[in-house]
Design a protein around this ligand. Structure first.
Ligand SMILES: Cc1ncc(COP(=O)(O)O)c(C=O)c1O
Length: 401
């Protein structure tokens, strides 16, 4: 049936690890693969209470269509939250509620990308971002990343090189805090320098921030958006990792002209995000439940991070290094150059019943084979330790051969 596909659909490829990851659903497999919150982190009691109240008092609104940009009380509450938590001000026109941040990535792509437009990102970068840009036929190029996120010298060199070739990238895409996949965070100085370069070369910045509130230790770092004095940063926030990904409530905070266009794009995508979920998120914020809840899950995730890192020290063979995330959900493992995480994953699933995500999924050009992403938020404490132990066994076998 491929003759019926649009040109852009030809560029949409199922990930070559999808089948492998399907195997990870088998009950005997311990999966360190998904980027999922822990199910014990869902505030079921509070959500049940809120749902009952909404159905009793507001069902006529909550079960109805709502404004494309989102219900106004939630937009106002999210603006307050951004001001309090991130130091970022704004007007209601700057903020649109989206159906997950993943929708924001698509809407931005829909509204600003022509086929062949260039996006710059880090290597590695969030796989869902790469997918959204690709599905709108963008070209993707990458700049280096180290333990402090995007390397400014590498970005500057890339921008200069492109300018000499007459190529102007449209946007720089970053996950600057507790990055998915590497868990690393850009210091403020780099954020400011990146913004200055974006201004010099007239490029937009897309700041994707699902994880910054999940900081277990270390100094707070201000978002790139905080430094955005002239309005070229689009900021994405989401309730997925703080409250529940099933609600699909997220938001984008953008300069007003862009915001207007994104709202038009959203109209054709889904008319509005689920009204009921928006009321739940609003009430969760309004009743003051969010911040205490975040404190609770931070305690849980810090413990899990510590369990995972200690187990890696104990069970992983010599010759591997990994990141030490101060928050978020992931650690990123680097193996010797010759090792191929796809082969290791196949072996880990078949022989040792454990799974992770291979490094190359996060590289636009399929490189990064000697890396793997490990998630510590989803598994129980016991399975987390056992999963790392099993993976250590696979890695030792692989290295001995
Ligand atoms: C960096 C990043 N951006 C966006 C998303 C998508 O989040 P949402 O559930 O809000 O669509 C994720 C989810 O893992 C993510 O890690």
């Amino acid at each position: 049936m491929s003759r019926f596909f649009a040109d852009r659909a030809l560029g949409m490829k199922a990930s070559d690890i999808r089948e492998l990851l399907e195997l990870t659903q088998r009950p005997e497999i311990i999966s360190l693969a998904g980027g999922l919150p822990n199910t014990n982190a869902f505030p079921v009691k509070e959500i049940a209470e809120i749902c009952q109240d909404i159905l009793k008092n507001d069902s006529h609104k909550a079960l109805q269509y709502s404004a494309t940009e989102g219900i106004r009380p939630l937009r106002m509450a999210l603006l307050d939250y951004m001001k309090d938590q991130l130091g970022v001000g704004g007007e209601v026109d700057n903020l649109i509620v989206t159906t997950g941040s993943q929708q924001a990535l698509s809407l931005i792509s829909m509204a600003i990308l022509n086929p062949g437009d260039l996006i710059l990102t880090t290597a590695p970068s969030y796989v869902g971002g790469l997918g959204a840009f690709r599905s709108y036929q963008a070209e993707i190029d990458s700049v280096a990343q180290d333990n402090e996120g995007l390397v400014i010298g590498s970005l500057e060199d890339k921008l200069k090189e492109l300018k000499l070739k007459g190529i102007k990238p449209k946007m720089i895409y970053v996950v600057p805090t507790f990055q998915n996949p590497a868990g690393v965070t850009m210091p403020e100085k780099r954020r400011e320098e990146m913004l200055e370069l974006a201004i010099d070369y007239d490029v937009l910045i897309l700041e994707d921030d699902p994880y910054s509130r999940l900081r277990f230790e270390g100094e707070e770092v201000k978002p790139v958006k905080y430094f955005d004095y002239e309005g070229r940063v689009i900021f994405l926030g989401t309730m997925s990792k703080l409250l529940s990904p099933g609600l699909r409530v997220a938001w984008m905070h953008s300069p007003r002209d862009l915001s207007r266009k994104f709202a038009i794009a959203k109209q054709s995508a889904d008319l509005c995000s689920t009204t009921f979920s928006q009321y739940i998120a609003y009430e969760f914020l309004n009743r003051g439940y969010l911040m205490p809840h975040i404190e609770k899950i931070k305690t849980m995730y810090k413990r899990k991070r510590d369990i995972m890192l200690a187990a890696m020290d104990k069970y992983f063979p010599e010759g591997l290094t990994w990141t030490y995330p101060q928050g978020g959900m992931f650690s990123w493992v680097t193996m010797p150059e010759h090792m191929d995480s796809k082969l290791i994953l196949m072996r880990a699933i078949k022989e040792d019943n454990v799974a992770f995500v291979i490094g190359s999924a996060f590289y636009h050009d399929g490189s990064g084979k000697n890396h793997m992403r490990l998630n510590f938020s989803h598994s129980s404490d016991e399975l987390l330790e056992e999963g790392i132990k099993r993976l250590g066994t696979t890695l030792k076998k692989e290295m001995e051969e």
